[in-house]
Design a protein around this ligand. Structure first.
Ligand SMILES: *Cc1c(COP(=O)(O)O)cnc(C)c1O
Length: 361
């Protein structure tokens, strides 16, 4: 069986070219006679891999020199604790809760200090982004936290919140490198890579240097201090070496594709195909307020659970995998990350049209 169209929310589709390249290098990485998996992270060959990965990411995102790039472990979820442990100097932080991931981050922060939920969209099942232009930011807040793209509910911040001068901390796991960003607007940008960049096991943290200090909450484990990782070039201990290598390949692929401006155009074009159909369909409908729609995660429903299940089953049989919605929301969700080809979305929509014709009475 050949490759399917994989609409998984994460771990998710990667560029086929990259997979082919890492397969070709599996047994002998560039004449070293070994796989990157078998290589010392202290070797010259590996140092080149991680240095190039960082340089390429810096170039893609135009990351200023006063930001560090850290390749860490523990997934995005570990950052839910690491952020308050390292940044909560006043033990106060403001959280904007627009989905499950932001909620989990907020709940974790409550363990370490006074986390304030200053805005939420939970009243309408997280189907929109609240107005964040004039929120009651706490005077002594150490940072303001958002989850920029909500993987589960399919919403995205189109404008960043007005943090009134406080550092913005953003979880970008599911929109990482999907479009250009102005890094200077953030204190911390972080994301697990398994949504849009590489294999699970790596989390990338882009953090402004002045936020990296020795002054962390008492009891913070060494491994959870940004400073230790920053001072050691992400190699305080063995990093997730193979995962970083694959991320590096994806950065090179993105550069070859033309960079983030081009990815944005491509992602907008892809998302439009699907949203335009959802807007005209009499069977399927999108679940998110139009102006807040994500380019990456597109949830939709028929309004009938049995029909939803039938759709997911028939789609799978036709080669469209992982279209089932998140276990907490049901319905369907198509994740159309960078590596999803346009034909994948076109074919999905053609399949949906056929399903609609067959199932509308
Ligand atoms: C998937 C996801 C997470 C959790 O990632 P882990 O690496 O499994 O901890 C957190 N935030 C967002 C936005 C996600 O999409």
């Amino acid at each position: 069986m050949g490759r399917v169209y994989n609409f998984s929310a994460g771990p998710a589709v990667l560029p086929e070219e990259v997979l082919q390249e890492v397969a070709d290098e599996m047994l002998d990485y560039k004449g070293t006679g070994m796989s990157v998996m078998e290589m010392s992270h202290r070797s010259k060959a590996y140092q080149t891999i991680i240095d190039e990965a960082e340089a390429d990411l810096r170039e893609l995102m135009n990351i200023p020199d006063n930001y560090k790039v850290l390749f860490l472990q523990g997934g995005a979820s570990q950052q839910f604790a690491m952020i308050p442990m390292n940044l909560m100097k006043n033990k106060v932080a403001d959280y904007i809760v627009t989905g499950q991931w932001a909620k989990k981050a907020y709940q974790e922060a409550c363990i370490y200090g006074k986390a304030n939920k200053i805005a939420s969209s939970e009243d309408k099942t997280f189907s929109y982004i609240p107005d964040c232009s004039d929120l009651p930011i706490s005077e002594d807040a150490d940072y303001v936290y958002i989850c920029e793209n909500n993987t589960i509910y399919g919403t995205k911040f189109k404008t960043l919140p007005n943090t009134k001068g406080k550092p913005l901390v953003a979880d970008v796991s599911s929109c990482f490198l999907s479009e250009p960003v102005d890094v200077t607007k953030y204190g911390v940008i972080y994301g697990g890579v398994q949504k849009n960049i590489g294999p699970a096991g790596v989390v990338i943290v882009i953090i402004r240097e002045d936020l990296i200090t020795e002054d962390v909450l008492p009891g913070t484990p060494t491994m959870l201090k940004y400073k230790i990782h920053a001072d050691n070039g992400s190699m305080y201990n063995t990093p997730p070496a193979y995962g970083i290598y694959v991320c590096g390949k994806v950065f090179k692929w993105l550069k070859k594709m033309g960079g983030l401006e081009v990815m944005k155009e491509r992602n907008e074009k892809k998302a439009k195909i699907l949203y335009d159909y959802l807007d005209e369909s009499k069977l399927f409908k999108g679940t998110v307020r139009k102006e807040d729609r994500s380019l990456m995660n597109v949830p939709f429903v028929t309004g009938d659970e049995e029909l939803d299940a039938k759709f997911v089953k028939e789609a799978k049989a036709a080669g469209f995998e992982n279209l089932k919605g998140h276990r907490t929301v049901g319905g369907m969700r198509a994740s159309i990350y960078n590596a999803m080809p346009i034909e994948g979305v076109e074919k999905l929509v053609a399949f949906m049209k056929k399903f609609e014709a067959e199932n509308m009475k």
